[in-house]
Design a protein around this ligand. Structure first.
Ligand code: NDP
Ligand code: 2IT
Length: 453
């Protein structure tokens, strides 16, 4: 170690991150959560400190920020801001979604790109971490407005991405429609056809089960956590938040495995259907959300005996298992306490960082199996990785093969978390520590192989 070098304490390290990134509270939160949980593991390992590995992972390789202007249907010119955060490409091209939501800012995208670096490492596939987006609100916009926005966004983004450089995909507010518009513009700008985006339509290089993969994967992860305890999902009551891509496919898989999902939500409130949101009802919701772009409240008008709770999240509803699948910081400490008091026996995070740090600690302290986002929701990016492989090979794999691979990858992630998250004779698996340490090692070792670059 360099003469006079002093290994920082966790607090000193985190304070440094805060000082260098003022006001970026979501980014501070994500870096703190990872650092605190891997600190015990790295604190005596001189090599990680000598190479300043954690500090380097917490400093994005590069951030591009750009103006996105577009014309709305009334002829007005609108101006938004777009970003791409390329966090780390030690183990593969930058990879991660694009989010369109009015709340998007640099702090949120930095937290997401940082988390993605560990998540992608856990999948075992060669993908680095990145994230992008814009403070654009797709709600209430016509198809043509969304198309013009996506095209304008790509008009700048295309300079920074490539199938061996950086491969974006979907996230909040970005699904098949938006990926189609962006890929179309990229193709036009570059005259190329390759796997530069994932989540593409099946007609133009997309992969089977990519749409379902995040929600299905989160339920597989939950199932794996339960297997350790010799429990199953059969007949279990599950509370789910969100009603987008991740939430609806989580509900679909819960139904397939015999569980009873009873809630879904959006930013207006949550619906509660005691009888269970069956596959038939879910098909109606998918149509409402994906085609009509309606609000979840409409469910209660269609299905009798169901409730809508305006302005609330579903965490007060007693359940066996909870799957937060909407957005960051949606389970607060009080929610976690209520869930524990009501007998919740496990949590699998479908969304990214949906539980505040104090809430995570409450679940861990109560020894409730807690599957953190970077492990539990890695199914989506895993199938994105498989889409990249298919695109490079110019092949399309069959559905049963992809289903098997998704299950295998989720099992592998679970087992890696267990390897690093179980200590001594304690049967309880700390999946937070397991995911962070398990994700960190591969990235750190690759960075050390490259020296100081
Ligand atoms: P969608 O846009 O399909 O759905 C998002 C859902 O969450 C909507 O129901 C939306 O409600 C709700 N929501 C979004 N923001 C808020 C908010 N601030 N407050 C309350 N509700 C909100 O997104 P996805 O399902 O794709 O993403 C959901 C989560 O999963 C995100 O955290 C994302 O990062 C994560 N994720 C997604 C992956 C994917 O493959 N798509 C992969 C891994 C993680 P409303 O319509 O009212 O805004
Ligand atoms: O948070 C995530 O993992 C995603 N939004 C999916 C990223 C991807 O590249 O498929």
């Amino acid at each position: 170690m360099a003469t006079g070098y002093k290994v920082p304490t966790l607090d000193e390290f985190v304070q440094g991150v805060k000082d260098r990134n003022p006001g970026e509270k979501e980014f501070h939160q994500a870096v703190y959560e990872v650092s605190a949980s891997i600190w015990d593991y790295i604190k005596d390992k001189e090599k990680y400190h000598r190479w300043e590995i954690l500090r380097r992972i917490a400093e994005p390789d590069r951030i591009v920020s750009f103006r996105v202007c577009w014309e709305d249907d009334t002829g007005h010119i609108r101006v938004n801001r777009g970003w791409r955060v390329q966090n780390n490409n030690a183990i593969g091209p930058y990879k991660g979604g694009i989010r369109f939501h009015p709340s998007v800012n640099e702090s949120i995208l930095k937290f997401l790109a940082f988390e993605q670096t560990f998540k992608n490492s856990l999948t075992g596939l060669p993908m680095g971490g990145g994230k992008g987006g814009a403070n654009f609100n797709p709600k209430g916009k016509s198809d043509n407005e969304v198309m013009r926005f996506c095209q304008s966004f790509m008009l700048e983004l295309f300079r920074h991405i490539g199938d061996d450089i950086d491969v974006p995909a979907g996230d909040i507010g970005v699904g098949g429609r938006e990926i189609g518009y962006m890929f179309g513009m990229w193709k036009r700008l570059t005259s190329k056809f390759s796997g530069v985006l994932t989540g593409k339509g099946l007609e133009y290089g997309g992969s089977l089960i990519r749409t379902e993969a995040t929600g299905y994967g989160a339920v597989y992860f939950l199932e794996n956590m339960l297997k350790v305890r010799k429990e199953t999902l059969e007949g279990k009551v599950c509370v789910v938040s969100g009603s987008g891509n991740v939430a609806t496919h989580a509900v679909e898989k819960l139904n397939q495995l015999g569980a009873r999902p009873i809630t879904l939500s959006d930013s207006d409130g949550f619906i509660y259907d005691k009888a269970g949101i069956s596959q038939e009802k879910l098909e109606w919701i998918k149509e409402l959300k994906e085609v009509k772009r309606g609000r979840i409240e409409e469910y209660t008008k269609k299905f009798k005996g169901t409730e809508f709770h305006a302005g609330k999240r579903p965490w007060s509803v007693p359940c066996d298992y909870a799957l937060p699948c909407a957005t960051q910081n949606e389970i607060m400490l009080d929610d976690a306490k209520t869930m524990i008091k009501n007998g919740c026996k496990g949590v699998a995070e479908g969304a990214n960082m949906p539980t505040v740090l104090e809430g995570v600690h409450a679940f861990l302290d109560a020894k409730i199996p807690f599957g953190p986002a970077k492990a539990a929701n890695a199914g989506g990016v895993s199938v994105s990785g498989l889409e990249m492989s298919q695109n490079s090979a110019k092949l399309s794999w069959k559905e049963d093969e992809l289903q098997r691979l998704l299950k295998d990858i989720m099992q592998g992630i679970h087992d890696r978390c267990q390897e690093y998250g179980q200590s001594g004779n304690d049967k309880y698996v700390d999946y937070v520590r397991g995911a962070n340490v398990g994700g960190f090692i591969k990235v750190a070792d690759a960075m050390m192989a490259y020296g100081v670059v």
